[in-house]
Design a protein around this ligand. Structure first.
Ligand SMILES: [Zn+2]
Length: 111
């Protein structure tokens, strides 16, 4: 496990979130449009504001998770699933370095 790699990735992502004030607006709204394709039919101006608000909350959650992950690196418990205690697959950590749970626990949560 290359902790330094994940530390760099976490710090880089944190800087991205803090430095730019969030996700790039254009990219973010495009992602939302594809994900919420069916709901987009009823989209209104209010929904747009809603989406922006939701993104901010997501950013805050990710930031919190990044802080926790950095703390876990310091404690030497990084990469261990919070729920089952099993090691989290490195491929998953590379995709989401701030994740707290392994893929099977994540699927069990249904989130
Ligand atoms: Zn697990």
């Amino acid at each position: 496990m290359d902790l330094q790699y994940f530390k760099d990735a976490l710090i880089g992502k944190r800087g991205e979130l803090v430095g730019t004030g969030g996700i790039k607006p254009l990219q973010a709204s495009m992602e939302n449009n594809t994900r919420q394709g069916d709901m987009a039919d009823q989209a209104s101006g209010n929904n747009e504001v809603h989406i922006q608000l939701k993104l901010k909350q997501t950013d805050a959650k990710i930031l919190q998770a990044i802080e926790e992950a950095l703390w876990r690196i310091e404690k030497g418990t990084y990469g261990v699933c919070r729920d089952c205690g099993e090691p989290i697959a490195e491929a998953r950590l590379k995709a989401i370095p701030w994740t707290r749970v392994c893929i099977s626990c994540k699927e069990k949560q249904g989130v």
